[in-house]
Write a protein that binds this ligand. Sequence first.
Ligand SMILES: [Fe+2]
Length: 336
Amino acid sequence: MMHNSARNSDHHQTRLRLQTEKASALTRAVPASAHQEDMRILSAAVDNLLKCTGFKSRARRNCFDYRLERNDVYLPDLPPAFDGYTILHFSDLHADGLVDEGEGIMRIVETVPCDLAVLTGDFSFEEADVNYETCLEALVPIVRSISVQDGIFGILGNHDLLEMVPALERMGVKMLLNDAVQLQRGTAKIVLAGVDDPHFYKCHDLQKALSAVAPDQLVILLSHSPEIAAEASRCGVDFYLCGHTHGGQVCLPGGIPLFANSSCYRRFVSGSWKCGAMQGYTSRGTGFSFTAARFFCPPEITLHTLHTGSFPCEFYDSVEENIGKLLNFTRHSVYA
Ligand SMILES: [Fe+2]
């Protein structure tokens, strides 16, 4: 496996400047964006509503009702040597917010053998929190509980700071900041690429991340949010893994999200989806943020199993495509 650790200093400077601006805005209790202010108001409103209606403790318990979701992905260009390859996917751990210290997560992880593990950002609970030591301490036992042959890879989310990267790498999480690695089985190789946060910092650089990809290689992309799915599809990415939306976190019965905290179409908010020829999956998140509340949207750890070929039922594909088109006209997010 080859890991190109060369870092782009322009990217670092931009990221650090934006982090400083965000931290300074937060210190002055001035939101860094109208979007953040909206989320604060919404979070306080949900919290008060739950207290008034007596659902607060139920909403909190739901945050630790972890589900192992299994997602079978059929990729026509997957080399046969990777048929059956498994990827354990965590997103939005917000580790310092997990009052059970990750115990429920570790109970699941220890029973799931897999080839690769990926963490699609938002390790921290608070945004731009310079006191990220608590988050890193909470992450250590979770990361240690993951046993994989091809390693653990991560990307940064909008809650995370660039300064966390060295500690994450010492912990065993190889960070992909607009970078890529080759995964190998025998003589066959596929690419695992990762970009920096495209939601708040917008420091993603897809071109750079994919710069060393051979034209016929299968590419799996890690991106914190689904917001660059269309661009990734145009760039030839085959499978896109993300989170950030928390699946809505507080949903109506049937898992219908009220908010996605993201500028994306409703079909990208959770679960598997398609964008052109590219397949994707948005995790509902493993942790929670803003307030300890989940409804009709349990936290998840996802086990993706890759298969060579097309989905066995063409009818399903056409139904899925038509449902996607039907929902496409509705932008999910109020911030879009
Ligand atoms: Fe996020």
